[in-house]
Design a protein around this ligand. Structure first.
Ligand code: DAH
Length: 337
């Protein structure tokens, strides 16, 4: 019996020595130490032994059991370690691989231009006003000294929604809205950037485009204030060497009215001697009728106004020859800004 026990021990140790996985080892453990295991069976047979043999065999059996248990525990630990190491090796991250390219977006050239314009005026203390893109005939025309059947309405081809509602043709209605929002004769110094709509479509006209309106009202405002303001703004935007020319013009909401041309040979015409003049905005002294129509008193205050096309300015700033590029979302174009 004692011999049998030793053989059992040797055999078990050999088997668990050969186990290649935790699962195999667990099977070996069950086959010896489990309820129906080989060692368990030997212990069960002890009842057939004599009273002298029994304690000797009992002690031996317990030693064998303890040896097997600790050998199994050690082996289990070793197998676990091997498995972890293998896993770590398989799952290592190669930090020397080149990073995946991630394309970062950036601002559209029109947004950039709009921000440039608004920031320049904000530095001069202007506030920003907004108005709806769907506008009433009343604000878009009437309050700006353009009553129904006024011929100057033909200057702006419009998208009408009903007889009295249209997509605004310019940002000028925000002049009227701002005056009506203030107490009569309170000073105003604002710009209003936004989208406008006209029935036009070619290389220099889009049915949807952007304008920035400006309005200053106070006591004793002169044409020289308008000139100085626009000169400062345009030089800030296009460079200190920009030349500026005021040309007499007509707008129903200003009197006198002017169009402003610029010439900045150093930026856009570096290779030509004769710089061209380019029209850049409309402006003038606010017409007394416009003040009256919006509850301001032309005897007490006066002011100037201006309106510029953002696309036009962006084209000049960036040297773009066709305005349709702005809306086509061609990445080859957009990525250049
Ligand atoms: N609203 C005019 C247009 O869209 C531009 C303009 C001209 C605005 C003169 C003004 C101005 O405020 O004084 O053609």
């Amino acid at each position: 019996m004692e011999k049998e026990m030793q053989m059992l021990r040797e055999k078990a140790l050999a088997e668990l020595g050969q186990s290649r996985s935790e699962k195999e080892l667990q099977d070996v453990k069950v086959s010896y130490l489990g309820k129906k295991g080989k060692l368990t069976a030997v212990l069960r047979d002890m009842k057939n032994l004599s009273a002298e043999e029994r304690p000797v065999m009992g002690a031996l059996a317990n030693t064998v059991r303890r040896d097997l248990e600790s050998a199994i525990a050690d082996k289990m630990e070793a197998l676990k370690k091997i498995r972890m190491e293998k896993k770590l090796q398989e799952e290592t991250i190669d930090i020397t691989l080149p990073a995946r390219h991630r394309a970062a977006g950036h601002l559209h050239p029109l947004t950039k231009t709009l921000r440039l314009i608004t920031e320049t005026f904000m530095r001069m203390g202007y506030s920003i006003e907004e108005g709806p893109e769907m506008e009433s005939d009343y604000y878009n025309f009437h309050c700006l000294n353009l009553p129904k059947d006024h011929p100057a309405r033909d200057m702006q081809d419009s998208f009408y929604i009903t007889e009295d509602i249209l997509l605004r043709t310019h940002t000028s209605p925000v002049q009227a809205r701002t005056m009506q929002k203030h107490r009569p004769n309170d000073p105003i110094r604002m710009i209003s950037p936004g989208r406008v709509f006209r029935w036009d479509n070619d290389a220099t006209h889009s049915p949807v485009f952007h304008q920035v309106e400006g309005l200053v009202i106070d006591k004793d405002i002169h044409f020289s204030d308008l000139k100085g303001t626009l000169e400062m703004f345009l030089k800030e935007l296009f460079g200190a060497d920009t030349k500026i020319r005021f040309r007499a013009s007509y707008f129903p909401f200003t009197e006198p009215s002017a169009e402003v041309d610029i010439s900045f040979s150093s930026r856009t015409h570096a290779d030509t001697k004769d710089a061209e003049w380019l029209e850049i905005l409309g402006c003038g002294m606010v017409h007394p009728n416009v003040l009256r129509l919006n509850r301001y008193d032309p005897e007490k205050v006066n002011g100037f106004a201006f309106g510029m096309g953002v696309e036009r300015i962006a084209m000049l700033l960036y040297g773009i020859d066709d305005l349709r590029h702005f809306y086509e979302n061609d990445m080859r174009f957009l990525e250049q800004f």
